[in-house]
Ligand binder design. Sequence first.
Ligand code: CA
Length: 221
Amino acid sequence: MRVLLVEDDDRTAAGVTAALQAAGFLVVRAREGEDAWFKGDTEGYAAAILDLGLPGMDGLSVLRKWRAGGQRLPVLILSARGDWSERVEGIDAGADDYLPKPFRMEELLARLRALVRRAAGQATAVMASGRVTLDTRHMSASLDGMPVHLSPQEYRLVSYLMQHAGRVVSQLELTEQLYAQDFERESNAIEVLVGRVRRKLGTDLIKTRRGFGYLVERSDP
Ligand code: CA
């Protein structure tokens, strides 16, 4: 799950990045407004964490420009200025949630997970499909109730497909979501990863739609 972190302060960015990575997210950072707007508008992210005070174009302007252009990326605003008028302004501009600084990492993560879930139309932190259960709070997977260890990359693949259950996800989309840099993107990386996941979680979780991509079936609770 790829998240865009827009934050000009290096210390805050380093702390948030470490916490997000430990929680299984892939983090791409933008330091200033123009770059943030461009990245959010052209690259695929599960959500954006947006600081309001930025050099150049400020955070609210970035958000307004995204929304004016029809970009519906879920946005969590982060700001030192926690007063109510800013909060109202942010929400009016199209923010999905708002967290005043200073904040606890646990709260940021919980809000971010909730945001990503809501965007995927899903209400709880635990997802299930067939014999497989995924708990996004602990980044843990189980098969028939038995815990299965997944690498961070394997976990990201399974959670992305499960978040988008019922939809065929292309190899290109998965590559964008799972790898931060172009040079990391081997042409068969996703196939190899899917193979590893099937060995761990069974062959019936991830279906191949040849020529189109991969699919996890939606399962009714
Ligand atoms: Ca700032």
